[in-house]
Design a protein around this ligand. Structure first.
Ligand SMILES: [Zn+2]
Length: 445
């Protein structure tokens, strides 16, 4: 039996915080507590130190949160993150598709998957819903690399049989065979789950969409991931391709692609009928603020999503997004909501990147909270990195006279806004330390 105890300021959520409630009762903050982990699972949280039979790691003065969940991110797009001057459709043609073509090579796919998952861990993300490429080998490489790291991973080969260049198109029958093989080999194996992965309505024929819907019907418990209503040119093209559909979202609905495990990225240009459909089915939107700003796609309306009542999780959408850091992502979400006239608390943002995502994915029994019974996917963070954030945190905690100490929300909001992967001290997956900050090289004697 392995026993590990982590000491720090524990922050997590017990419910859904209202978007603008800085005093939300859904916040659970347990400063200077011990998180007790036995065989990879959280077994207790307590104020007093555990006995000598526990391996103790003292992170006093640091924050401990559940590992972040990134619900929409593209493994092969690390090659094109931070590429200049495009909107969605020319972004795909100019940058993304050429990068994805490289993943036909199994060696590239394997190296890409390992680089990508290690990068997620180094940013404090311990679980993800990931786009591979159209090549079966790209998804298999991700499943293999995630298994080695013990990470919860949801992916599947991408379906695209039209409007994509040579080398990035499959066909209905070949895609069906590849998906069936991946479901048999990987779905439910360890922490892997298969997602039927339609890139978007534009790159799949109606026949392929119908085949994808058939997969979801035949196999219990599959996820579905895709993009929806990200950009106005895209929405117009979908309308031309599927004139009989009521809306973009309705294309997926008509082909049997929406279920309670469906993750739809963006959803900027939806109407209330679409939102009600998401709510009634239990599907949810992955909000990708840094991508939406970077590609100029639009401002997601979280308040309307809340008013109708469908789920929203937080996602980096790298490479359209500009950072794998979920802290950067949540900070961008605040700015997008500010432009929408909505004040988003740190609680709402951090919840959507932890417990909210876990619930939306049906995984709250496994991850997303510092709660006995959950796997110990947890990250340890410095409250501040660098002199500006250090000073700001000192102001928040009342160490700068004569300024009074500020509220917990004020401190966490400043952390969320200023922090990134440089604040990460260590990342644990199921109780195993999978990333820790390199020690500084000592001066020569
Ligand atoms: Zn995307």
């Amino acid at each position: 039996m392995t026993r590990l105890a982590l000491r720090g300021d524990l922050l997590d959520f017990t419910g859904l915080p209202a978007l603008g409630d800085v005093d939300s009762p859904a916040v659970r903050f347990r400063p200077d507590h011990w998180l007790l982990i036995e065989d990879g699972r959280i077994v207790a949280v307590q104020a007093e130190a555990p006995g000598e039979d526990w391996r103790r790691e003292d992170h006093r003065g640091r924050l401990i949160l559940p590992g972040f969940v990134d619900t929409h991110v593209h493994c092969p797009q690390l090659d094109v993150i931070a590429s200049y001057g495009a909107t969605l459709l020319d972004w795909l043609q100019t940058y993304t598709f050429p990068a994805e073509q490289r993943f036909a090579d199994p060696a590239v796919a394997r190296a890409g998957a390992e680089l990508f998952l290690d990068a997620l861990l180094a940013h404090g993300t311990t679980s993800a819903v990931v786009f591979a490429t159209v090549h079966a080998v790209s998804a298999e490489a991700l499943f293999e690399a995630a298994s080695v790291r013990g990470m919860r991973l949801i992916t599947g080969k991408v379906l695209m049989d039209r409007h994509a260049p040579e080398g990035l198109r499959d066909d209905v029958e070949g895609a069906r065979r590849d998906c069936e093989a991946q479901i048999a080999r990987w779905h439910g194996q360890g922490r892997n789950a298969f997602a039927v992965t339609v890139r978007f309505a534009i790159t799949s024929t109606p026949e392929q969409l119908a085949m994808a819907g058939g997969l979801l019907q035949r196999h219990e418990g599959l996820y579905m991931q895709t993009h929806v209503a990200e950009n106005l040119d895209e929405v117009r093209w979908v309308k031309e391709l599927f004139p009989q559909a009521r809306s973009y979202l309705d294309v997926y609905h008509q082909h049997g692609l929406l279920n309670e495990r469906a993750v739809l990225a963006h959803g900027i240009w939806l109407d209330d009928t679409d939102r009600a459909l998401l709510r009634d089915i239990g599907a949810h939107i992955a909000f990708c603020p840094s991508s939406n700003l970077f590609l100029g796609s639009g401002l997601f309306n979280w308040a309307e999503a809340r008013a109708v009542g469908h789920g929203v999780s937080m996602a980096s959408d790298v490479g359209g997004g500009t950072s794998l850091s979920m802290l950067r992502t949540v900070a961008e979400a605040y700015k997008v909501q500010a432009l929408r006239g909505t004040r988003m608390t740190a609680w709402a943002g951090l919840h959507a990147a932890t417990l909210g995502a876990a619930q939306a994915l049906g995984l709250a029994h496994e991850l997303g909270a510092l709660e006995p019974g959950r796997l110990a996917d947890v990250c340890v963070w410095d409250w501040a990195s660098g002199p500006v954030a250090g000073h700001r945190d000192a102001v928040a905690t009342g160490q700068v006279v004569p300024l009074p100490a500020q509220s917990l929300h004020a401190r966490v909001f400043a952390w969320m806004t200023l922090a990134d992967e440089r604040n990460l001290t260590a990342a644990y997956v199921a109780g195993q330390c999978r990333w820790q900050r390199p020690m500084p090289i000592p001066d020569p004697v």
